[in-house]
Structure formats: C-alpha cells, structure tokens
Write a protein that binds this ligand. Structure first.
Ligand code: AMP
Length: 215
C-alpha cells in the first residue's frame, strides 16, 4: 500500500508514520527528515534547504520534487511507502502524479490528520527531539526522565530550531496558505481520508487503520 500522510505541523505525522511502517512493512519517506539529515551532514541540498527551514518557509518545489524523485526511484517496485510531509503544494502534488505515472506506481489514500490550531501550537512549542536517535518528547506530556538526555540512547534532547515560537506561526500560516488546498485536490480524486488526530497516539493509529480498512 502506498499512502500520503498530511496535516498541519504538529499533527502527529511522524509518530503515525512510525507506527504504520512498523505494523505494515512500509517504507517511511519524510521530506522533513531527509532535509534535516542533509543539513546535519552539510550537503549542498542541506545548505540550500536550511534557511527556508529555519524561517519556517517551504523549500522551493524544484528542490523537494528532485529529492523525492531520487528516493522513489530507489524503491523496489513492490515496496509500499508512506510519504510524510510531501506533497505540500499543489505544484508538488501535480509533479507527484506525473512521477508516479512514470514509475507505474499509485497512491491508495491520502490521510489527513485533523488537529485544532491551539493544540498544534502547544504540541510544537513543547516538543523536544533526540539528536541521536530521533525519539520525540514533550516538556509537559512526555518529558525525558533526565532533562536534556534521551531515555532510549542517552543522546542530547533539544528543541528543533523551527519549533521556536516565532517560527511556529510562520509554519502554520504557510500550511494554511500552501498545503491546505491539497485537501480539495485529493478529495476530488476520491483519495482523501480525514482522521481526527487528537488524543492518544495509539487511538489515532486505530482511527487511521479503520479508515483505511487495515485493521
Ligand atoms: P517537517 O519535519 O515535515 O515539519 O518539515 C520541516 C521543514 O522542512 C518544513 O518547515 C520545510 O521548510 C521543509 N519541508 C519539508 N517537506 C517539505 C515539502 N514537501 N516542501 C517544502 N518544504 C518542505
């Protein structure tokens, strides 16, 4: 099965992708993770993306589409995948259609995680991540046992630069302007599965699975 997972920043796309990947043997392709890895290593792609990411803006379509193309080309034909955080603009969605047609692949569903604006702000502002293994914490709802230290690998737990409050509002506004229109794009293709993203992560997973008839 090939899925798109989208929703505003902080909706839980990364968490739900991890669950789905583990349970359904799919490959997780997160454009945000790919950019962060490129920034960490300092590749030309990372250098180009970093300024946009730090400001909470979208990396230009041409760059993102090229990167996703490379990733999809490397997937074995039978390997199911979840695209997390891509597409984020109508131009990216159109490019994805073309790319999938070229690769003779299709999308079974586009899952949209719905979370109210106020909850997104508190989720993002309190989020902390491990720089070693990527584990995700929250200062209020899921703190690490020792502040700044990952429970799983002992790595450093930090705030993502784009989770700082001044950047969060730009990211949410960018989402509303550029990404929200994709709901209509996929609804018109009968691919949209809207899921309530509030509450316990395991509960949200069950909702996704039942909306996709995977349970
Ligand atoms: P994320 O981890 O999905 O919230 O992505 C972090 C940042 O990476 C975003 O705020 C953008 O700057 C960049 N990014 C990730 N995916 C895309 C995309 N599909 N199009 C443009 N920029 C992206």
């Amino acid at each position: 099965m090939n899925l798109l997972l989208f929703g505003p920043p902080g909706a839980g796309k990364g968490t739900q992708s991890q669950f789905l990947v583990e349970r359904h043997k799919m490959r997780h392709l997160s454009t945000g993770d790919l950019f962060r890895a490129a920034v960490k290593v300092g590749t030309p792609l990372g250098q180009e993306a970093q300024g946009y990411m730090d400001r909470g803006e979208l990396v230009p379509d041409r760059v993102v589409i090229g990167m996703v193309r490379e990733e999809l080309l490397q997937l074995p034909q039978e390997q199911g995948f979840i695209l997390d955080g891509f597409p984020r603009t109508v131009a990216q969605a159109e490019a994805l259609d073309q790319l999938l047609a070229e690769l003779k692949k299709g999308i079974e569903a586009c899952v949209f995680l719905q979370v109210p604006h106020g909850d997104l702000v508190s989720r993002l502002a309190g989020r902390r991540v491990c720089t070693g293994c990527g584990a995700v914490y929250h200062v209020a709802s899921k703190p690490s046992a020792k502040e700044g230290v990952c429970d799983l690998c002992g790595g450093e737990v930090v705030q993502r630069p784009d989770d700082k409050e001044e950047v969060i509002s730009t990211r949410l506004a960018t989402y509303e302007k550029s990404t929200q229109p994709l709901k209509e794009f996929y609804a018109a293709r009968n691919l949209l599965a809207e899921v309530d993203g509030l509450g316990d992560a395991e509960e949200v997973l069950k909702r996704i699975e039942s909306s996709l008839k995977l349970a």
